[in-house]
Design a protein around this ligand. Structure first.
Ligand code: SAH
Length: 385
């Protein structure tokens, strides 16, 4: 792929689909190989086992995307590594850059499936938004990621690679400061792989992004929320509520298991970790964005030290939902604030680059040509959702 810096506003590059990145008998992506197995591989080739760590460091910390650059390893060993492994198992097939610096990648996985990830710059922050599944099984009616269901969970290495790919696209010396697990998929439905990836992201010898800078967003799976709470990690948890009562929630989030249960699990998370939970609420015009919805939401959350993150709907091709109008948004915010809740409206960024997660993959799969999109106007701060 050429550079994305050539066009200062928006640039999208595509390359033709390519065969599987690896198959079970072909070269393995390095991050899919346990460090111990790599050490064993090295020993069998009369190389010191400690080099396993050094090789992983090259990829995780030192931005290596080929074995060629690992010049401290010796040519012969590099040739052998090349035969059995790939430094990275994903391939960048689309890269989009918006006027505000937001960068979105579509990565092809070894089995030909693809996932999206995004880097969102905001002052001193560089936040990565990553996917945990190919597709999503939660079926939220407004969301592009779940329109065709879930195909599979990502492996921890595939989650970590999204962070590495996004970091490698930053100028030398710049690092990712935050992670939001808000890409495709339901993170808590793939919790073990996610935790493994985040542990490496958090390791000072990994990407150095500490738990307090990582947000996991869930549709609200109470048992998994409790499990996460019991680990007593400092991850920030965001719960997608989207409605103040079960009848309405059922129509928007068909996997709804009951708001009471979810709120109890959220309280449990707070109790165990001391971390306040954020409630996300996507605003869909005339469906859940009216004054009475805000009042009911405030009542439902009553007494909790809760943050509410309002997300004006980011429109998706082919879906009938619309963003709320400005007045409805203002009234909604006022009602929540009157009730003492802390409210934020999610800023939009990179709206011109298929930013609602799942849209890019959908378009690419449907074979829709992906033209250069117009640049964002400065008044339109749209985010990835
Ligand atoms: N499965 C997780 C992660 C989803 S993405 C969850 O449900 O929380 C993060 C947030 O973006 C969720 O609140 C999700 O409902 C919301 N979202 C998805 N598509 C959106 C869209 N087109 N516009 C606005 N918000 C969207």
């Amino acid at each position: 792929m050429g550079t994305v810096e050539e066009n200062p506003k928006v640039l999208m590059e595509t390359s033709p689909p390519h065969p599987a990145m690896h198959d079970p008998v072909g070269p393995q992506p390095l991050l899919a190989v346990a460090p111990g197995d790599l050490a064993t591989w090295l020993k069998a080739r009369h190389a010191p086992a400690w080099q396993a760590q050094a090789i992983r460091q090259w990829v995780i910390q030192r931005r290596a995307e080929s074995f060629d650059v690992m010049t401290d390893l010796g040519k012969e060993l590099r040739v052998k590594l090349e035969a059995d492994f790939r430094p990275l198992g994903t391939q960048k097939i689309v890269e989009q850059k918006a006027a505000d610096g937001t960068r979105k990648l579509l990565l092809r996985l070894w089995d030909g499936e693809s996932v999206e990830c995004v880097m969102i710059p905001d002052e001193e922050r560089r936040t990565a938004c990553v996917s945990t599944q190919v597709g999503c099984g939660m079926g939220c009616v407004f969301c592009a990621s779940g329109l065709n269901g879930v195909l599979r969970n990502l492996k921890s290495g595939e989650i970590l690679e999204q962070l590495i790919r996004l970091r490698n696209a930053l100028p030398t010396g710049q690092r990712l400061t935050n992670v939001v697990v808000m890409g495709m998929g339901e993170p808590l439905a793939n919790l073990d792989e996610l935790l493994e990836a985040l542990a490496l992201a958090g390791d000072p010898k990994g990407l150095g992004i500490g738990a307090r800078h990582i947000t996991i967003s869930t549709v609200g799976l109470p048992a998994k929320m409790r499990r996460l709470a019991d680990l007593k990690k400092q991850y920030h948890l965001a719960v997608s509520l989207h409605a103040p009562d079960d009848a309405l929630r059922q129509t928007i989030v068909p996997t709804n298991t009951g708001i009471d249960d979810i709120l109890q699990a959220a309280d449990y998370f707070f109790e165990k970790t001391g971390r306040q939970v954020t409630f996300e609420y996507v605003l869909l015009r005339e469906l859940n964005d009216q004054k009475q919805h805000a009042q009911a939401l405030a009542k439902r959350l009553g007494g909790r030290p809760a943050h509410v993150n309002l997300i004006p709907f980011n429109e998706v091709d082919g879906l009938p939902y619309r963003r709320p109008d400005d007045l409805a948004l203002k009234v909604f915010i006022d009602e929540l604030q009157k009730a003492g809740l802390s409210v934020k409206v999610r800023k939009r960024k990179g709206s011109e680059i298929d930013a609602a997660c799942g849209q890019l993959r959908r378009r690419s799969e449907r074979g829709v040509s992906l033209p250069l999109a117009p640049a964002a106007s400065s008044s339109d701060h749209s985010l990835s959702k």
